[in-house]
Write a protein that binds this ligand. Structure first.
Ligand code: PLP
Length: 286
């Protein structure tokens, strides 16, 4: 896929002039991933701003899109709550890059998950000013998966308007596996999530995806311009900071088409089994 992508030379900024086939494939990949985690899917491709997601250059960019959409939806809210110690830098840095004027508050963690008692305390303290709560499924250092269900109930039980985001750059791959899918089944209730196939799906760099449960939230990020993007099928409309756009999604499309969900799930399980065996070996090695 990666080799073919180079020679096909499609630029997904625009469908009609530059990428008649690539745009269709990329939309299909976005829909497959939405379906896999349980977000709703629009079947007919008439407008890429309705897809509720976009392919980006990496998890840093995908997380940035999520924060951007949250801030656009609730411009008056100014508190972003993130887990202390376990986070990836992208969510906190994005608040600076976007110049959002928000304050990042770090919530204590326990065993690499949010301390929900502390989270409740912070929610009460900042009240209606809380814009965004971000969690990790799974975190970059220990691969611990957040208690997505518990956090969902704490946050949405407090205030439905708080944007709840899961950085699932690592953990989304569990959604392919019958054995591990239940760990992330609550992702489908989160306002947004990010996925990095280039980390965990045996693909060459780069390929990341930013998804939003409510396609309208994603749509608010879109911009059009008569120069090249004045067409509902131009992905350039929905990818802030990215102009010309390579055909990265072809790699994942080929992997999913060739192996299918179950086979990929088995590969994910085999990798986890390997890690567990290695851990046991180390532990028993005196
Ligand atoms: C949890 C998590 N989110 C985001 C990123 C950023 O990903 P990328 O390097 O694809 O931009 C990483 C990278 O290690 C990560 O571990």
């Amino acid at each position: 896929g990666a080799v073919a992508e180079v020679f096909l030379q499609q630029n997904l900024i625009n469908k009609n002039i530059c990428s008649p086939m690539g745009t269709e494939v990329e939309a299909e990949v976005i829909n497959w991933l939405r379906e896999l985690i349980g977000y709703s899917v629009s079947n007919k491709l008439t407008d890429v701003t309705q897809l509720g997601g976009a392919v980006t250059t990496g998890g840093v960019m995908s997380n940035t899109y999520a924060l951007m959409a949250a801030a656009r939806k609730h411009p008056d809210k100014k508190i972003v709550i993130l887990p202390d110690n376990i986070g990836h830098y992208s969510l906190s840095y994005a608040t600076e890059w976007l110049n959002l004027g928000v304050k990042v508050v770090y919530c204590k963690t326990n065993q690499y998950k949010l301390d929900q008692v502390e989270l409740k305390r912070l929610l009460r303290m900042y009240g209606k000013n809380v814009l965004f709560v971000g969690v990790y499924a799974c975190d970059s250092m220990t691969s611990t998966c957040e208690d997505l269900e518990g956090v969902y109930h704490v946050v949405k039980g407090f205030e439905n308007d708080i944007w709840l985001h899961a950085d699932a750059c690592h953990g989304f791959a569990l959604s392919f596996s019958d054995v591990y899918r239940s760990k992330i089944k609550y992702l489908r209730h989160y306002d947004s999530c990010t996925m990095d196939p280039h980390k965990v799906m045996w693909l060459p760099y780069t390929l990341s995806i930013s998804l939003m449960k409510n396609a309208d939230d994603f749509r608010k990020l879109s911009r059009t311009n008569a120069l090249i993007m004045d067409d509902p099928l131009s992905f350039g409309q929905t990818t802030p900071f990215i102009g010309s756009k390579s055909y990265d999604s072809l790699k994942l499309w080929m992997v999913m088409k060739t192996l299918g969900v179950r086979k990929i799930g088995e590969m994910v399980e085999a990798r986890i089994n390997n890690a567990n065996s290695f851990y046991a070996l180390l532990k028993n090695d005196t």
